[in-house]
Unconditional design. Sequence first.
Length: 225
Amino acid sequence: MSTVQSTSNTPSQTLLDSVNGTKSTVTNSVTQAQDRFMKLLVEQMKNQDPLNPMDNAQVTSQMAQLSTVTGIDKLNSTLESLIASVQTGQSYQASSMIGHNVLVSGDQVDTSGSGGYFGVDLPSGADKLSITIKDSIGNTVRTVSLGGQPAGSTPLHWDGLTDNGSVAPTGTYTFEISSTLAGNSSAATGLSYAQVTSISNSSAGLKLNLSNATTANTSDVREIF
């Protein structure tokens, strides 16, 4: 099995320009706020009551409030830039998966006469594992006993034959898993095999678009081929 290859995480020039532009805009916004504050403070001091002038504590308090507000603005802008940079890096890394086949959560297996790949994820392993492959109307096509299996993801291959030895018709089938550990049913998750055709980056996060017309998160991928 191949693993995800490391890819360059260097942001594009477009991203750098965008970040620099945002930084410049934020700096101008903060500067303008400071200028407005200083003008108001000067006017306030010009028009203060000579018999009851502002004391140093009042001036210091107002300066501290301005510093707090501008500091929060700068922090928020910095975090937004970092988040954008991380998202871009994730997109670059995910793009290296395009064209690769993956195992993700699912219960389908395709055949065009010679069977197809699928898999099982066993968090605790199993003493006995059996797979039942069914057609589109729920009829059992093939039952396979695999015996004991270790914990983790296990890629499997169906040879495309039915229980009576004939070739199953081309199409999409579903499979069910039965696993036991120490005499009790154990956890098992089916894995479908599909190719990554493209990636999408939206408000919902990064998604892998698969050849079986489904989508998956990068965290859903159990193995990459």
